[in-house]
Design a binder for this molecule. Structure first.
Ligand code: FAD
Ligand code: DLZ
Ligand code: SF4
Length: 510
């Protein structure tokens, strides 16, 4: 008899820890303070994970398996995973504990020491729900000077034979981004996101979250995430039928009052195990072959999953634990209070933070071009930015959050993931959104009290990091422009930035 521990992001029947499951084994699932509070997750994220765990447990019970499920408010709940494994072993003597490797390094390190704490061996198995194993990624990375996603992605396309035709990419190109990324258009009729009806299990979880996590960030209601595999599949199908067609065109567009745009909203389901990445890819590819969605949209969507998602996970396991402490640009500023309250005059930031608070979701370009770009330009400390991203989004686990934050937005890894910092001024945000029209700042004004802060902070960032970034070939153009600026102009940029930072740190409304 084996004890098989299933974590809140391992809700797949195909999880490796269940692969040789027999009827007399015991499956353990537990809602524990340790996991719910190691960062103060968004209320909706906790409700989602607990409800999905409880529904998965129901499914296992219906299939006739022995299950021990410890609810959060059980008076006997020890609050930790190890405590619950110990309690289960006390009640049900098992010859070993089997777990699929967790998705976060802190927990893997902890589990690796469990063998010393427990009377039986602990077997950790690979998480094979990903499309590239950590070993295969390490092999791909070995000896390469640069780890560019695009090349990794091409190999994954070949390996899984996705959108391939006679050994080459369908349509002759690997990447159709040149056709994507249109600015937002007026009069778009963006379809609603998938909405489930909370059942009795979810209602009970919602009451529990309200009672036990009142001081956590975010709005608990309305709650409409899928919490079962069938619902997650319905959400995926709805995306393919209604939004995939325009996914590429509006991938980088932001519209006020449209938090969901043409994105899929399935990362949270893939990341907790309700959907398998390959089935998402296959359904999108089938839509292309049926003629229901164009190649630029389908290729763009598939690249995010087969390329980016696998690539960032590979980077995480390749570079942890050192990756977490990386701070190549020596960014030291504290995260401003408005990242929690949304109380800022920068309309783009206010919109993206408010939507994050309401939905435990923001789409990629909001996370990157607005929230992330500001964190980069303002020199916010990577630890604080990482903690924020890890707790506010329902799809956030460190394996995917950390490389996106430290690598993609903050350049804290010194350029391992991105070839140059993703820094953008107000005019780019204006091009890709309709936020600037109702902002108290003017994206066309470069200096002074009415200027868009992204404008002067952009140049202050470039000037501040001269010693570290001037040598970057992709930054040459920026430094040429900086060198051409008059001393007066540079002085104005510095003064505006100092004034802004001073007010921000004093918690004035900036
Ligand atoms: P879509 O836009 O519909 O994309 C389809 C799928 O592609 C996503 O579901 C996701 O699985 C995958 N994907 C897309 N971009 C990435 C990427 N850069 N890295 C990994 N997978 C990607 N994604 C997370 O799953 N968890 C996170 O904690 C997370 N943190 C992020 C932090 C920052 C600063 C940035 C810039 C990106 C982050 N992402 C994260 C990536 C991406 O923003 C989200 O996956 C996406 O917004 C989720 O919404 P969606 O399912 O509608 O995605
Ligand atoms: C995210 C999360 C939360 C909020 N709660 C639990 C929990 O109570 N029990 C559990 O097993 N898992 C939970 N999780 C998911 C874990 O945090 C996740 O498995 C690790 O971060 C590793 O990826
Ligand atoms: Fe954001 Fe600047 Fe536009 Fe205001 S003007 S919405 S601060 S980019």
């Amino acid at each position: 008899m084996k004890l098989r521990l299933i974590l809140g992001d391992q809700l797949s029947l195909s999880t490796s820890s269940l692969s040789d499951l027999s009827q007399d084994d015991l499956i353990l699932m537990c809602e524990v303070r340790q996991e719910a509070t190691y960062v103060k997750h968004h209320k909706k994220k906790i409700a989602f994970v607990f409800s999905a765990m409880r529904h998965f447990a129901e499914d296992l019970r219906r299939r006739g398996f022995n299950l021990r499920y410890v609810v959060y408010d059980d008076p006997e709940n020890s609050g930790s995973l190890l405590g619950e494994v110990r309690a289960a072993l006390d009640l049900h003597p098992c010859e070993e504990v089997v777990v699929t490797n967790p998705g976060e390094h802190r927990l893997l390190a902890e589990m690796q020491s469990w063998a010393d704490e427990l009377p039986v061996p602990v077997v950790l198995r690979d998480d094979d729900r990903f499309l590239c194993s950590t070993e295969d990624f390490a092999q791909w990375a070995d000896g390469r000077k640069q780890l560019r996603m695009e090349y990794f992605y091409r190999e994954m396309r070949r390996k899984y034979s996705v959108l391939m035709d006679a050994g080459g990419p369908i349509g002759g190109q690997w990447n159709y981004d040149a056709e994507n990324r249109k600015p937002p258009a007026g009069g778009l009729d963006v379809p609603e996101t998938y909405k489930s009806d909370p059942d009795a299990i979810t209602q009970e979880v919602l009451a529990l979250v309200e009672a036990h996590f009142p001081d956590h960030f975010g709005d608990l209601l309305p709650f409409h995430f899928a919490v079962t595999r069938d619902q997650a599949l319905a959400a995926l199908d709805e995306f393919i039928a209604r939004r995939l067609r325009l996914f590429g065109d509006y991938q980088d567009a932001m519209i006020q009052g449209e938090p969901w745009m043409y994105h899929s909203h399935i990362a949270l389901y893939m990341n907790c195990g309700l959907l398998h990445p390959l089935e998402c890819i296959e359904r999108a590819e089938a839509a292309y072959h049926r003629g229901d969605a164009p190649l630029n949209a389908v290729e763009g969507f598939i690249r995010q999953i087969l390329g980016w998602r696998e690539y960032v996970r590979g980077i995480y396991w390749l570079k942890m634990p050192d990756y977490k402490g990386a701070n190549a640009l020596n960014a030291e500023r504290a995260l401003p209070e408005f990242y929690w309250s949304g109380d800022t005059q920068m309309n783009c930031m206010r919109q993206c933070i408010t939507e994050t608070k309401q939905n435990a979701y923001a789409h990629h370009i909001q996370r990157l071009m607005v929230l992330g770009n500001f964190a980069l330009l303002a020199g916010l400390h990577p630890d604080e930015v990482n903690e924020w991203y890890l707790l506010v989004y329902a799809d956030a686990y460190e394996w995917v959050e950390l490389p996106n934050v430290s690598g993609m937005i903050l350049f804290a890894d010194g350029g391992l993931l991105a070839s140059k910092p993703y820094a953008a001024s107000g005019s780019y945000i204006n091009k890709m959104s309709d936020y600037c029209g109702s902002c108290r700042y003017k994206h066309t004004v470069k200096n002074g009290p009415t200027a868009c802060p992204f404008n002067y902070l952009y140049w202050d960032f470039v000037a501040r990091n001269d010693g570290k970034l001037r040598g970057n070939p992709r930054m040459g153009f920026m430094y040429k422009s900086l060198d051409r600026m008059s001393g007066e102009k540079r002085q104005a940029i510095r003064a505006d930035s100092q004034r802004f930072f001073k007010a921000m740190q004093a918690n004035e409304k900036v």
